[in-house]
Design a protein around this ligand. Structure first.
Ligand SMILES: NC(=O)c1ccc[n+]([C@@H]2O[C@H](COP(=O)([O-])OP(=O)(O)OC[C@H]3O[C@@H](n4cnc5c(N)ncnc54)[C@H](O)[C@@H]3O)[C@@H](O)[C@H]2O)c1
Length: 426
């Protein structure tokens, strides 16, 4: 059993902390958000993540998991400190390391010599090697251990990862980090900190490239009336290609892909390499948002001004309540900018808070969102949307055409009651 401090208790830090406690360690999660800490100490998990509440409850009950805003108390006696603070995009297009630097500046005055400081936040290549400078100490071993969990399946991904990547300049430090995951049967990539940091950026860059690629193929399919579902199935069965991340949709987004790809393009540029390939994937994604808006516009005769549009889905994917940099939100912004009145429904978004576009109306019931709507656009793949009775929707909608960017609706059932379903590449 190790004593672990996790600094930053968001999607990554909370999942890591709860899972480390589940693996038998003694874990303290630290956060500057006192309300979050108070709630978590009572077992109230502030994010939607399958299985996380059970693990938090288990950790609290076993006395292996605790929460605090007091950094000094939280790291007292720790063997390792994992940094899971946010690294949003900064104004120059790189990752903003201010939270990481602030946490390190404080930790430098608190940690006992020999405590391993592990960077789990996604940080530009080279950052981990700069940690001794941020910490103001050279007696604290540092390591990079990038996180690959996906929101919506975070616990499952953390406890059954495809791989563990740990980078440090001394093999003995890598071993100390790998030991934390001792209970997991997983391939381990032991490397130096810069390669570990690059694995994270390169993986995300590759995944978005596949997504933009398949959206481009879908656009070409539309021109030839070819069924993109058959095309991606035919491609995905090729063992060299595989089926993952080959599903056409409204474009990619979320809290990581956009910021990480932009940061990689920018840091490559500063390092003297123009990453045109990735820049193209980003540009294709922006075009994809516009393509969805055009599809919506086409359903109402080419002009969205003053037209009522129902939207199903605001989160960037199903299974999460996170709508940071969601493609759905990017598309809603464009619909509103084109003059549409947008009424949205999402099972994980209760109201139109300040972090959603001004003018957007959010309702709780998907059928209510469709009342009087001239078109419906499905933007997130919540399976509950597939359960809605198309007959009821058809009765309340003013228009007859639906744009299903995720392929969640049963096209035959919807078309049987006289609604036309248009998709992406379908
Ligand atoms: N969310 C994901 O799916 C995911 C996946 C892999 C990697 N990452 C990376 O992990 C990092 C964290 O992402 P996240 O989604 O968990 O962020 P988040 O915004 O959900 O959580 C970050 C938490 O850190 C806290 N915090 C900020 N500054 C702090 C400080 N100085 N001390 C203590 N707590 C502090 C915030 O209050 C917040 O609770 C980012 O670098 C992100 O790119 C995220």
């Amino acid at each position: 059993m190790l004593r672990i401090a996790v600094v930053g208790t968001g999607y990554v830090g909370l999942t890591a902390g709860a899972c480390f406690a589940h693996l038998g360690h003694d874990v303290t999660c630290i956060d500057i958000d006192a309300d979050k800490v108070r709630g978590l100490s009572r077992g109230l998990v502030p994010i939607m993540e399958e299985g996380l509440d059970r693990l938090v409850e288990e950790g609290l009950a076993a006395g292996r998991l605790s929460f605090t805003w007091d950094l000094a108390a939280g790291v007292d006696g720790a063997d390792l400190a994992f940094l899971c603070v946010p690294t949003p995009i900064d104004t120059g297009g790189l990752a903003d390391l201010s939270a990481l630097r602030a946490a390190c500046a404080d930790l430098g005055g608190m940690l006992d010599p020999g405590v391993v400081v592990v960077v789990k936040s996604t940080v530009p290549v080279g950052t981990t090697r700069n940690l001794p400078e941020f910490l103001g100490r050279d007696d604290l071993p540092v390591a990079s251990n990038p996180e690959f969990l996906r929101e919506g399946t975070a616990v499952e991904d953390f406890l059954r990862p495809d791989r563990l990547v740990v980078g440090a300049d001394r093999g003995e430090v890598v071993d100390r980090v790998v030991a934390v995951y001792g209970g997991l049967d997983v391939p381990v990539v032991r490397t130096d900190p810069t390669a570990a940091e690059m694995v994270k950026y390169a993986s995300n860059a590759y995944l978005v490239t596949r997504l933009s690629f398949v959206n481009a193929i879908a656009a070409i399919c539309e021109g030839f009336s070819a069924d993109v579902d058959a095309v991606v199935r035919g491609m995905g069965l090729d063992a060299r290609i595989g089926p993952a991340y080959l599903r056409p949709g409204p474009g990619w987004g979320g809290s990581c892909f956009p910021k990480d790809t932009r940061a990689l393009v920018e840091s490559a540029r500063r390092g003297g390499y123009e990453f045109r390939f990735l820049e193209a994937a980003i540009a294709v994604n922006e075009e994809q948002f516009d393509r969805v808006v055009s599809k919506a516009s086409d359903t109402v005769g080419g002009n969205l001004s003053g037209r009522r549009v129902a939207v199903w889905g605001l989160t960037f994917k199903a299974g999460t309540d996170d709508h940071r940099d969601s493609p759905a939100v990017a598309i809603v912004e464009r619909l509103l900018a084109a003059g549409a009145e947008v009424v949205a429904c999402d099972p994980a978004v209760a109201f139109a808070g300040p972090d959603l576009p001004a003018g957007l109306v959010v309702v709780a019931d998907p059928v209510d969102a469709c009342r009087g709507a001239e078109t419906l656009v499905v933007l997130t793949e919540w399976s509950s949307f597939g359960d809605v009775d198309p007959g009821v929707v058809g009765d309340v909608m003013a228009g007859r055409i639906v744009v299903d960017t995720r392929g969640v609706l049963d096209r035959v059932a919807w078309e049987a009651i006289g609604l036309e379903v248009r998709g992406i590449g379908r």
